[in-house]
Design a protein around this ligand. Structure first.
Ligand code: AHG
Ligand code: MN
Ligand code: MN
Ligand code: MN
Length: 333
C-alpha cells in the first residue's frame, strides 16, 4: 500500500491549485508544532509537564503548564516562516505580532493551543485547534480588527487530537482529511480521506450538569432524547461527554452525533462558553465540510460577525438533521 504523507498530500493540493505554496508552508509548520506538542503531552509526568502553571489567562482560567508550553511551541514555530502577518491565541490577551526581524506573509493564524486542558492531569485526550484567515489588504501591522472576520472567510481550519494515536484533521475548503502520526517515522500519514458525518445519529454530547441553566429549546430537545423509545423520537439515544471539545467533535466526525455547549444562565453574561475564533469557527468549518451543520441556535456559526477576539458563542454542531431540529426549537420560542 502506498503511504501518503501530509507533505505529499499538501504538495498535491498545491499542484491541483487548491492551496498556495504559502498556505502549504503554514499548514506544514502547524503540523510540525503539533508533533512537538504531542511529544510533550505523551511524556506527561515523566517530563514534569502536568499540573498548574500558577498563572491565569485572559479567559480568567487557571493555566495548566501544558497550556503555556503548547502556546509557546505554536508561537515560536510559526514566527519565522514568513507566511504570517500575525497570530492570536486563546492564551494571549492581544494580537501576537511577528518580530520585526522576520519577514511577514499574508495570513493570520488563530489557535487554541491546548483544548480540554482540565483533562490533562487525568490522562484523557486533549487537542489543539487552529484557524487560518487572510490578512485584510492594507493591514501592514494587523490589529484586533484585522482578525474580526466571520468564520466563512477561513481559508483553512483543523485540529490535532492527542489520543491513543495523534491525529491531524484538516480542511482547506475541499472536504475533511485526517492524518495519523507515525511516531517512529515522525510523519503524518493520510489515513482518513473525506471524512463525512453520518446523517442519522443516536448519540449526543452535552454537559448535563448545566441542565437547570439551559434555555427552553435545549431543555425540550434533550428531554425528548432522554425519553427514548417511548418518547416523540421513538428511539433510545446514548450520551457521551469527554469535556475536550476536540475529542467530542472527533467522535462526531467519526461516527456522527450532536455536540452542544448552548447558551445557559451560567455563561449568558459572557455570550456563551466556547470561544468563537479558536473553537467554534474552525470546528464549524470542519463540520460543514464533512456534511454536518453548526449553529448558535440563532444563526449559522460561520456567519457570526465577531466583535472581539476572545468572543464566546453558544455552539450546536454535528449531524445536520439534529442541528436543524434544535435550531427549529429555538425559532419556535
Ligand atoms: P479549553 O481547555 O481550551 O479552555 O477548552 C475547554 C472547553 C472545551 O474543550 C470543552 O468542550 C468544554 O470546555 C468543557 O466544559 P465543561 O468543563 O463545562 O464541561
Ligand atoms: Mn482554556
Ligand atoms: Mn478549548
Ligand atoms: Mn485551550
Amino acid at each position: 500500500m502506498r503511504r501518503v504523507t501530509l507533505t505529499q498530500f499538501l504538495i498535491e493540493q498545491q499542484r491541483a491549485g487548491r492551496i498556495t505554496a504559502d498556505l502549504r508552508l503554514l499548514i506544514e509548520v502547524v503540523a510540525r508544532a503539533v508533533k512537538a506538542i504531542s511529544v510533550n503531552v505523551s511524556k506527561g509526568a515523566l517530563a514534569g509537564v502536568l499540573g498548574e502553571a500558577g498563572t491565569d489567562n485572559v479567559q480568567g482560567e487557571a493555566q495548566k503548564k501544558l497550556d503555556v508550553i503548547a502556546n509557546e511551541i505554536l508561537l515560536q514555530a510559526n514566527e519565522w516562516g514568513g507566511h504570517l502577518a500575525a497570530m492570536a491565541s486563546e492564551e494571549v490577551e492581544t494580537v501576537h505580532q511577528i518580530p520585526f526581524d522576520y519577514p511577514k506573509g499574508g495570513f493570520l493564524l488563530l489557535f487554541d493551543p491546548l483544548d480540554g486542558s482540565s483533562n490533562i492531569d487525568v490522562n484523557i485526550s486533549v487537542g489543539t485547534i487552529f484557524s487560518v484567515l487572510r490578512n485584510p489588504p492594507g493591514g501592514e501591522q494587523p490589529n484586533e480588527d484585522s482578525f474580526l472576520q466571520p468564520g466563512r472567510e477561513q481559508v483553512a481550519a483543523g485540529y490535532a487530537v492527542y489520543g491513543p494515536s495523534t491525529q491531524f484533521v484538516l480542511t482547506v475548503g475541499q472536504g475533511v482529511h485526517a492524518f495519523t502520526l507515525d511516531r517512529e517515522m515522525g510523519s503524518f500519514i493520510y489515513t482518513h480521506p473525506f471524512m463525512t458525518i453520518p446523517e442519522e445519529t443516536r448519540e449526543y454530547a452535552i454537559n448535563a450538569s448545566n441542565a437547570r441553566f439551559w434555555e427552553k429549546p435545549v431543555q425540550r430537545y434533550i428531554d425528548e432524547l432522554q425519553q427514548g423509545k417511548t418518547g416523540p423520537r421513538g428511539v433510545d439515544f446514548n450520551m457521551r461527554w469527554v469535556a475536550s471539545m476536540v475529542s467530542d467533535v472527533h467522535r462526531i466526525l467519526t461516527r456522527g452525533g450532536i455536540f452542544m455547549y448552548p447558551m445557559d444562565d451560567k455563561c449568558r453574561d459572557k455570550g456563551g462558553k466556547l470561544r468563537l475564533m479558536y473553537e467554534a469557527n474552525p470546528m464549524a468549518m470542519l463540520v460543514e465540510q464533512a456534511g454536518g451543520a453548526a449553529s448558535t441556535g440563532r444563526e449559522r456559526i460561520l456567519d457570526v460577525q465577531p466583535r472581539e477576539l476572545h468572543q464566546r458563542v453558544p455552539v450546536i454542531l454535528g449531524s445536520r438533521a439534529e442541528v436543524e431540529r434544535v435550531t427549529e426549537y429555538h425559532r419556535e420560542t
